[in-house]
Design a binder for this molecule. Structure first.
Ligand SMILES: [Zn+2]
Ligand SMILES: [Zn+2]
Length: 130
């Protein structure tokens, strides 16, 4: 199996993941919705499995210990991480297809926006999922 790859809209940020990916968690928190323009859809991998093959345009915005990575050239939102975690969240929409991923669960549904409904049968958590 080849390693998943991905990148931003303009291609200035590109990455490769040499390891397993978690299925996709949808985060409805206010911060994710502002950062992504809507719900955050994240896969996750071990930090050590992520290789940035092109990252000169990658910038990080940190708030309360959570860092969000984005492309400074095209604005694509790409990563979420906290220093103490050994994993890093990767925006599922940034991956090259086919991703082979499935939807997993919704988190922070207590903060969901008032302009949509969660209409699938996936498990939901008011804040962090387990
Ligand atoms: Zn870009
Ligand atoms: Zn969130």
């Amino acid at each position: 199996m080849t390693s998943p790859t991905g990148g931003c809209l303009c291609g200035a940020v590109r990455f490769r993941i040499d390891g397993g990916l978690r299925d996709v968690v949808f985060c409805h928190c206010t911060r994710c919705r502002r950062f992504h323009g809507h719900v955050g859809a994240y896969t996750e991998c071990a930090r050590s499995d992520l290789t940035l093959t092109s990252d000169e345009a990658l910038r990080w915005f940190t708030l309360d210990g959570s860092s969000r990575g984005f492309c400074s050239a095209c604005g694509s939102s790409l990563f979420w991480s906290r220093e103490e975690l050994e994993t890093i969240s990767v925006a599922a929409g940034a991956l090259d297809e086919p991703t082979g991923l499935q939807p997993l669960r919704h988190v922070f549904v207590a903060d969901a926006g008032d302009y949509y409904e969660i209409a699938d049968g996936l498990e939901r958590f008011p804040s962090w999922g387990t």
